[in-house]
Ligand binder design. Structure first.
Ligand code: MG
Length: 394
């Protein structure tokens, strides 16, 4: 079998009236062969740029045996080393291709991807959904969710207090600060201390990810699990976080981590340090999510998977074989490959509109915001800020 063609589908994943979310795109990959079998994958990591990178890499893949996944991954890595250290663009491109190769291999052999990864430990994968207030949390719990994440620093303590009061102690509750560059290390610690009484499942990206020592300071200062890793790529991107045991939960983004096998290697590194894995899925589409489901079924140190409940309408149109969440779990599929497929006609209905977020007119205010009225945002007292970014979770 030989690879004959690599196709990409760049889709707008922005909700209607999306504000700064025009940047949300899904990039699907389809690898064709000279036999009646193909594979599908998904890449993130600045999708329009990654799409071009995949087009560049295609020349290396044509005529190759798609079953030799690690060899092709090493070939691609070697081909781009002249561009500098591999970040989310290079790893993003290789991720989309690599996931499609696993899907293709599973289909060619007639087995699900999890079966190629060492077999499955579990038949279903636990997921969590997102709530910004107690009403939404109650709705999700009533639908069967047992784990909920809230986000941002705006009214964060007040929101967490309200959700915990509403859902009780039986529900796992997480907070994602989204690592904003305007959050200082000391303020991330202060916010974390306010959150400690609520017994969080984890405190995610309390500071921006570039400064590892800053995350380490937050981690050392707090008595709760720390999660990070969604904006890093490859085994080297999270190496220090794991080896220094700065984090308790590693969160690779399945669309840019480097591929299923890179994530498998990250999981093994984490396992050696008693660190669990909870892949990032917040901006990803349904193919990457399903790739995560297969891998999470096969690793021992899986914690939980992010899931966007009630996502944009196109999510439910562009892929066949959509997972169903029942009582906070997705059942691991037994179909060959990933068990999903791209609906190309539906993809064509949602062309990409943009690839970066528009800076807000008040962007200079963002740095200032956490310095202003510090006692207010660190309190349980809700405060409205009508001049702040509309629709933002921050
Ligand atoms: Mg996050």
């Amino acid at each position: 079998m030989k690879i004959t063609q690599v196709e990409t589908f760049l889709i707008s994943a922005a909700p209607p009236q999306s504000g700064g979310w025009e940047a949300r795109n899904w990039l699907f990959v389809k690898i064709h062969t000279d036999e009646d079998v193909y594979g599908v994958g998904e890449a993130s990591g600045w999708p329009r740029v990654v799409q071009t990178a995949i087009e560049d890499l295609t020349r290396l893949l044509i005529g190759e045996d798609p079953m030799q996944i690690e060899r092709l991954w090493q070939k691609m890595t070697s081909s781009i080393m002249g561009h500098g250290m591999t970040g989310v663009v290079g790893f993003g491109a290789m991720t989309g291709i690599e996931i499609a190769l696993w899907d293709l291999k599973g289909k060619a052999l007639g087995v699900p991807v999890w079966n190629l990864l060492g077999g499955k430990i579990r038949d279903k994968v636990r997921v969590y959904a997102h709530a910004h207030d107690a009403d939404r949390a109650r709705e999700l719990v009533d639908r069967g969710y047992t784990a909920i994440k809230t986000g941002g620093i705006r009214n964060c303590v007040e929101s967490v207090a309200g959700i915990r009061k509403e859902v009780g102690v039986d529900i796992d509750l997480m907070v994602d600060v989204h690592g904003p560059p305007w959050m200082t290390t000391r303020d991330a610690i202060a916010l974390g201390k306010r959150l400690e009484p609520y017994d969080l499942f984890f405190y995610e990206d309390p500071v921006a990810p570039e400064n590892i020592d800053s995350i380490a300071r937050v981690s050392d200062a707090l008595d709760m699990p720390i999660a990070a890793g969604e904006r890093h790529a490859g085994i080297w991107g999270v190496k220090e976080l794991i080896e220094r045991e700065i984090i308790d939960v590693v969160q690779p983004d399945t669309g840019r981590a480097g591929g299923i096998r890179q994530m498998q290697k990250i999981a093994a590194m984490a396992e050696a340090h008693y660190i669990t894995m909870a892949p990032h899925d917040g901006s990803l589409g349904p193919i990457a999510e399903m790739a995560a489901v297969h891998l999470m079924a096969s690793i021992p140190n899986f914690l939980i998977l992010e899931h966007l409940e009630d996502d944009v309408p196109q999510r439910y149109e562009v892929m066949s074989g959509q997972p169903e969440v029942v009582d906070s779990y997705i059942t691991v599929p037994d179909a060959p490959g990933l068990g999903v497929d791209i609906v190309e006609d539906a993809c064509a209905k949602y062309p990409s509109q943009g690839n970066i977020s528009d800076p807000e007119p008040t962007y200079d205010y963002l740095y200032f915001w956490t310095r202003e009225n510090r006692a207010t945002w660190l309190s349980e007292k809700e405060k409205e800020r009508s001049d702040y970014r509309p629709g933002s979770v921050y």
